[in-house]
Structures are given as structure tokens and as C-alpha cells.
Write a protein that binds this ligand. Structure first.
Ligand code: UDX
Length: 472
């Protein structure tokens, strides 16, 4: 390795307090700390963000991806997906010469000392467990090019026990002194840059003081801001991530279970959420009732966690997550039932406009999108479905080429018998229900995210229905 370690904290001014030009223009070496070169394997939502943000902190970074088209795009300063603010950070650091992308693991091995594994761990086809081929594949691909003392840092969300398995692989095949550490990532899509540069906490699972020191040094510009830094063992670090996501999924399903009860009792889940959220032990975040959680993380993470707990003989501990998953999926089915009821009991031949294809606003990610799932189910029931989304249509069309897509929100709603809001983009909140009323065939809307003002829509003559709220 070619770096010199300084003590934790290292006397660097807080990242956010440093003058921007100073922190952008100088490497940490110039700041008198150390010269570290990083590689980031995998350039999806996590990897591309991590690579760009590490370069933003001043490091020399090489991003690696097996997809040459993606690498070319990234090298030209463009982000292959929608993530607010990332394009600027990426372009700035490429221009400054601190960041580049390649398909070559050899370049990453030769050009870096710390290697972050940021590849995907999707749900296995036909099973709940995680598909770990990308993680093990990238470690295997990197091994021939590692130097003694390099550190391999896993950031992907993995089944507990993965770091230990990788440690065994490295001991058997990598140069001496190559270690592994686990450093789970908690970023949210849509806020990825902010969450990476200013996280709530940093967690590392390490086997040696040397690995700890090294990661403390890497993150010194961030911890200098007072960000908590939790140092633990491999298994705990791996579990922190799935435990956090399970808690968040449970919180969402809890409020959606309350929505089901509110529907039966004629109560209002949004007021209930506000009231319980004032209790600081509960907190108001992640209590937005609606179509539930989707995306590339929460749904597959809770399933993979259940599968792994089963393998460990701890299946019973997580049976509640099965219910969390089911409550979540029930909201989608309920929305389709509600749509059917609102158009007179049969969706066949009805025109339904679905607002939202991305799994959440400020993202173009359509993986396990609740809104798109509802659109497909309504289409399968015989309706003529038109989907609108400000950013997610290209990805949606790739997955479901048979749906109709429209980029203009008003055109999408033209002649609709029913509108279903499935993703709470601001654009939908800003629409004037009176203007929309003249475009549609039937003034009926399902607000699947409790995002609109019921009074405004009702007073413009709409039948407004929301999940977990009284009908009128
Ligand atoms: C999540 C975790 O928040 C993040 O820490 C982890 O690193 C990755 O998984 P992300 O998938 O980007 O991040 O989205 P998030 O903002 O957590 O939303 C997840 C889903 O829950 C979305 O479908 C969202 O619409 C839904 N959600 C969120 C609700 O239905 N209600 C809420 O109150 C909050």
C-alpha cells in the first residue's frame, strides 16, 4: 500500500465548513493527512454515488463496471440514472481528474488501495434469498490485481456471514495482508449525495485495528462533522443494515395496517399518524400511509433477511416480517379493488390514468414500484391504462412494454374514467383539479399516497378517495 496513516480526526476542518474550492481542489495528502486511492466496484445507484462523493472529498477514485456503455457515459460526466445533484458532483470530479471509470479490474487493483464493493444483491428469481453472484464475482475478479495490504470494503446489503466468507476467500487466494471490512450504506435514492456526504452515522465491521484505522482515515472528512462512527464486528455491521431496513418497513406497514382499520372504522389515518408522531418515542417520519414500500431495497431486504434467519435457525424471530410484507402487498391489491369499485365493478374497457411509475418521487427507479404494480394489475383486469411519470417512463417501458406511456401529465389524463396517484411527485400536487376536470371523462381520483388536498379536489367536483381516510 502506498499511504501514510494519520490519527483519527486528523485535524481536517469539517467537510462542510471547508471553503468549497479548497476541499474540492486538494487531495487529503495536500491537507497533510494521507494519500489514499480508492476503487468502487459497481456503478449503480450506490456505487456511482459513492465514487463521486469520495472524489468530492478529495480522493483519487476509480469506478469499475462490467457494462462498457455505462462506463463511457460516466466518463463523459453523465449519470446513467436520475439522482438529483449527482450529475454535478460527478462532472466536477471527472473534470478535476480525481474520478474515472473503467471496465478493467486490473486498473482498479493497480490504481487503488481500498476497494469498495457496491454491486447489487437482488432477490433470487423464484426465491426470497439474495442473489450474491455479483458480490462474489467482483471479489474474485479483483483478487488477481490486489496488492499486499489492500483493503476490500463491502457496502452492498448482504446476508449476515458474507464478510466472513469473503475473508476466507481472500486468505486462500489474495496476497498476504489483504483484509475485508463491512461498511453498510444507508443512502436513500433521491437524497443519495446528501446522505453519503452527511450521513446520520457510519458503521464499520472490522477484524483488525489496521482496517479500523484505515476506514477512520477514509471517512475523517465526514466524521470531523461529528457524525457518529460505530465500530463493530462483521456480523453486527451486516445486520445493522437489514435491521434498519426491517424497522423502516415495519413502521410503514404499521401505519398501513392502521389505514386498514381506519377504513373499516371511518377514521383518518393521516390525522392518526400526525398525532402519534408527536410522541418523540415514535417520531413522525416513515408514517406516511398509502401504497406502501417498494424499490430495490426494503422489499427484497426483508425477504432475504427472513431467508437468512431461517438458514441460521432463527426463523421464528422474524415471522413478523412476513406480515409486514403481506400488509404492504395488500395495499396494492386494495387499490386495484377500489379502482374496480369506483368504475362500476368492472375495469374492462375503462380508461385509467396512473400517475407515477418510479417507486418513489425524485427517482427513475421502477424496481418493485407499487404504482407500476397497480398499473399492471389494472391493465390485466382489462382496462386501457396510461402511465405518467416525470422521470421513470424509460425504465418502466423497458420492464412493461405493453402499457401505454405519456410524458405530458394532462394528456395522460385525457378521457380517463379514473386517475390513480401512485407516486407522490410534486408535479401532481401542483395540478389544478379544476383544469384537470375538463380533460377527463370521469372526475374520479384515488390518491394512493395521501398527497393531495381532499377539500380542493372535492370542491372542484371530483370523487376523491384516499387510502385510510373517510370517503367524504
Ligand atoms: C431505503 C432506506 O431508507 C435506505 O436507508 C436504504 O439504504 C435503502 O432503502 P430507498 O429505497 O431509497 O431507501 O427509499 P425510502 O425513502 O426508504 O422509501 C422506501 C419506500 O417506502 C418507498 O416506496 C416509499 O414510497 C415508501 N414509504 C416511505 C412509504 O410508503 N411511507 C413512508 O412513510 C416512507
Amino acid at each position: 500500500m502506498r499511504y501514510r496513516l494519520a490519527g483519527p480526526g486528523c485535524g481536517i476542518p469539517a467537510y462542510s465548513e471547508r471553503p468549497r474550492e479548497h476541499c474540492r481542489g486538494q487531495s487529503l495528502a495536500t491537507l497533510g493527512v494521507m494519500s489514499l486511492r480508492l476503487s468502487v466496484i459497481g456503478t449503480g445507484y450506490l456505487g456511482a454515488t459513492h465514487a463521486a462523493c469520495m472524489a468530492e472529498l478529495g480522493y483519487e477514485v476509480i469506478g469499475v463496471d462490467i457494462d462498457p456503455a455505462k462506463v463511457e457515459l460516466l466518463n463523459s460526466g453523465q449519470v446513467p440514472f436520475y439522482e438529483p445533484g449527482l450529475d454535478e458532483v460527478l462532472a466536477r470530479n471527472i473534470k478535476a481528474g480525481r474520478l474515472r471509470f473503467t471496465t478493467s479490474f486490473e486498473e482498479a487493483g493497480n490504481g487503488a488501495d481500498v476497494h469498495f464493493i457496491c454491486v447489487g444483491t437482488p432477490q433470487q428469481a423464484g426465491a426470497h434469498a439474495a442473489d450474491m453472484r455479483q458480490v462474489f464475482g467482483s471479489v474474485e475478479a479483483l483478487i488477481p490485481f490486489l496488492s499486499p495490504g489492500d483493503l476490500v470494503v463491502g457496502k452492498s446489503t448482504v446476508p449476515v456471514g458474507t464478510a466472513e466468507t469473503i475473508e476466507g476467500i481472500l486468505k486462500a487466494s489474495a496476497p498476504s495482508g489483504v483484509e475485508v471490512a463491512w461498511n453498510p450504506e444507508f443512502l436513500r435514492e433521491g437524497f443519495a449525495v446528501e446522505d453519503t456526504l452527511h450521513p446520520d452515522r457510519l458503521v464499520i465491521g472490522v477484524r483488525s485495528e489496521r482496517s479500523e484505522e484505515l476506514l477512520r482515515a477514509v471517512y475523517a472528512p465526514i466524521t470531523a462533522e461529528g457524525v457518529p462512527f460505530v465500530v463493530t464486528d462483521f456480523a453486527t455491521a451486516e445486520l445493522v443494515k437489514v435491521a434498519a431496513n426491517s424497522f423502516l418497513a415495519t413502521k410503514i406497514s404499521f401505519i398501513n395496517a392502521m389505514a386498514e382499520v381506519c377504513e373499516a372504522a371511518g377514521a383518518d389515518v393521516t390525522q392518526l399518524a400526525t398525532a402519534i408522531g408527536y410522541d418523540t418515542r415514535i417520531g413522525s417520519r416513515f408514517l406516511a400511509a398509502g401504497l406502501g414500500f417498494g424499490g430495490g431495497c426494503l422489499p427484497k431486504d426483508i425477504r432475504a433477511f427472513m431467508a437468512r434467519a431461517g438458514e441460521l435457525g432463527a426463523e421464528e424471530a422474524l415471522t413478523f416480517l412476513r406480515e409486514v410484507d403481506q400488509i404492504n402487498l395488500r395495499r396494492r391489491a386494495h387499490t386495484v379493488d377500489l379502482a374496480r369499485a369506483l368504475v362500476g365493478g368492472n375495469l374492462r374497457g375503462k380508461r385509467v390514468c396512473v400517475w407515477g411509475a418510479a417507486f418513489k418521487p425524485n427517482s427513475d427507479d421502477v424496481r418493485d414500484s407499487p404504482s407500476l404494480d397497480v398499473a399492471v394489475a389494472i391493465s390485466n383486469a382489462g382496462a386501457d391504462v396510461v402511465v405518467h411519470d416525470p422521470k421513470g417512463l424509460t425504465n418502466a417501458e423497458r420492464v412493461y412494454p405493453n402499457l401505454t406511456y405519456e410524458q405530458d401529465v394532462l394528456k395522460a389524463a385525457a378521457d380517463a374514467d379514473l386517475i390513480v396517484l401512485g407516486t407522490e411527485w410534486d408535479e401532481y400536487r401542483e395540478l389544478d383539479p379544476a383544469v384537470l376536470a375538463s380533460t377527463v371523462k370521469g372526475r374520479t381520483i384515488i390518491d394512493g399516497r395521501n398527497a393531495l388536498d381532499p377539500a380542493a379536489w372535492r370542491s372542484a367536483g371530483w370523487t376523491y378517495r384516499a387510502l385510510g381516510r373517510p370517503n367524504a
